[in-house]
Write a protein that binds this ligand. Structure first.
Ligand SMILES: [Fe+2]
Length: 256
């Protein structure tokens, strides 16, 4: 008897569920579609301020979109206002209350304990990015002039030879790191590379010297625009090198 009752009510139960499902489906369809596009907002470099401490961020003298299409606005904003700012703040925290807070950064490098990974990474991160942002600008590229042009010809044979050597070192850098144009201890220009946030001012550098040009090869420097095509980013870097500034760095390095 119980089986018969169940069989009689089963179709009603199924119809009831089916009815509920239809109702819910209608409600989902009636949800209004988005009517406005979400817009991305790019900030301005002047709003970026390091927390109180020994070092401040280098003031970027142009907007985040000024280097496009070589470096896109979003990459510049993330790189400058997030990565660079974080290295700066972390360096200031690492130095707070120490005697290193009041000495030139070059002297901090000379005495750097390479086993102190916190200071090593943030000191390098701050210094490397400061030089990187210093040496790129809109309406730049081309070739160096004056004393630096002569020195490049003398030490590399020609500007084209230097460019091949620099790009080759960049393409061969495995993983995150940097490629540098430096003035070595004899006053000669050299191209060298370093891993992570290391640089040629650190103790035990493979080729020590004073950096005058830096190329950031961390993925955060190019991946939003170039993805895996790092070679295209390296090529584009040569369109935005501020050779006038690099020339000034060269003159300063000769006096050290
Ligand atoms: Fe970077």
């Amino acid at each position: 008897m119980k089986k018969i009752v169940l069989l009689l009510f089963l179709p009603l139960f199924v119809l009831s569920i089916s009815s509920c499902k239809r109702k819910k489906y209608t409600e989902v369809v009636e949800v209004p579609l988005p009517t406005a596009e979400e817009k991305m907002t790019i900030g301005i470099p002047d709003d970026v301020k390091a927390e109180a401490g020994a070092f401040e961020v280098f003031k970027l003298p142009y907007g985040y979109d000024a280097l496009a299409p070589n470096i896109d606005a979003m990459t510049m904003e993330m790189h400058y206002s997030k990565h660079y700012l974080t290295y700066t703040n972390n360096l200031n925290k690492a130095l707070a209350g120490t005697e290193q807070e009041s000495i030139p950064i070059e002297d901090i490098f000379k005495k750097l304990d390479m086993s102190n990974s916190d200071l090593r990474n943030n000191l390098g991160g701050y210094y490397n990015h400061t030089l990187f942002f210093n040496c790129i600008s809109p309406k730049a590229g081309g070739k160096p002039s004056d004393t630096l042009a002569s020195a490049i010809d003398k030490d590399f044979g020609s500007f084209d030879n230097f460019k091949i050597k620099f790009e080759d070192a960049a393409n061969k850098q495995f993983g995150s790191g940097w490629v540098w144009l430096i003035v070595d201890k004899s006053g000669k220009l050299q191209v060298t590379s370093t891993p992570n946030q290391d640089n040629p001012l650190m103790p035990r550098a493979e080729i020590p010297g004073q950096p005058i040009l830096a190329l950031d090869l961390w993925e955060h420097a190019y991946y939003l625009n170039y993805q895996y095509k790092r070679k295209k980013y390296i090529d584009a870097f040569f369109n935005i090198i501020n050779w006038k500034k690099v020339g000034e760095k060269y003159e300063e390095a000769l006096k050290i």
